[in-house]
Design a binder for this molecule. Structure first.
Ligand code: NDP
Length: 256
């Protein structure tokens, strides 16, 4: 990870769970980014307290409001980030915010299908669209050839629950809306890889493992710190050959 020289990173859903741990580990690096943007729904509220504690110790951490289901909030976040970055671009966008709703095939509802899709698929689409000019600026300003996460990249936090081939843990949790949303997020990642490669932007879907967070309570759990450490070890190894792939926190390519 020492060789991972990313100047600016933005993490959505960063007030708890994997997002918060990503922010912590970026800040604790021996060569931390110049800017870490941690977005959450309510920066003033109690749920952002851990981020506020971190910001009091790390002047390179900026907390930005972003509600992933609200296009106006996403646009406002992009404007705020641009103000901080001044003339430079954003290197790494991590679409981490996500929700799961308990469900079975019998109990799944139209409301949850829509809400989970809006949060886990439309959210990353809109966030990527809003930050695209800043990602392009980072790619254009970089002397690095090819594609990399330190140049310009979109990381979509996916799940092996959305893999049609591997489809983990069906016997434990059906979570139909969640599985469908992550399969769709994988397709969005593939589309982004095709659409943005010419702009010098890498796109990747990452499965973080089954991790100890509010979301990942049941089943085969990996420690949160280890999962995020794994992700931060994998990201700097990615290049053009990985564009549009689906990988796990250990760097293994997963089937769609
Ligand atoms: P958590 O439930 O612990 O945290 C989810 C984060 O997303 C919170 O910060 C939450 O904010 C935020 N969020 C939810 N909805 C929105 C929204 N509409 N707008 C903005 N932010 C929102 O989840 P994890 O940390 O476990 O998961 C992070 C990502 O990793 C998710 O995409 C998840 O699908 C994926 N993942 C997790 C696994 C696990 O085992 N934990 C396994 C596979 C994938 P708030 O506090 O305001 O609700």
């Amino acid at each position: 990870m020492a060789g991972f020289n990313v100047r600016s990173v933005l993490v959505t859903g960063a007030n708890r769970g994997i997002g918060l741990e990503l922010v912590k580990q970026f800040l604790e690096k021996s060569n931390p980014p110049e800017w870490v943007f941690a977005t959450c729904r309510d920066p003033e509220g109690e749920r952002a307290q851990q981020l506020k504690n971190l910001a009091s110790r790390h002047p390179n951490l900026a907390i930005v409001a972003l509600e992933a289901t609200d296009p106006a909030s996403i646009k406002a976040a992009a404007t705020r980030v641009e103000e901080h970055l001044k003339s430079s671009g954003l290197n790494l966008l991590i679409n981490n915010a996500g929700i799961v709703r308990p469900s079975t095939l019998e109990s799944e509802t139209p409301e949850d299908m829509s809400l989970v899709y809006a949060t886990n698929v439309t959210g990353p689409l809109l966030v990527s669209q809003a930050f695209l000019p800043l990602l392009k600026k980072a790619a254009q300003g970089s002397p690095q050839p090819g594609l990399s996460c330190s140049k310009a990249a979109i990381v979509n936090m996916s799940s092996e629950c959305g893999s049609i081939t591997n489809l983990i843990a069906w016997e434990l949790v059906q979570v139909v809306s969640y599985r469908c949303s992550k399969a769709a997020l994988n397709m969005l990642t593939k589309c982004q890889s095709l659409g943005y490669e010419g702009d010098g932007i890498l796109s990747i879907a990452v499965h973080p493992g089954w991790v100890q967070t509010d979301m990942g309570r049941a089943g085969r759990l990996s420690p949160l710190g280890l999962s995020v450490q794994g992700i931060l070890n994998v990201l700097p190894t990615l290049s053009k050959k990985d564009n549009g792939a689906f990988v796990n926190w250990e760097g293994k390519v997963l089937p769609w």
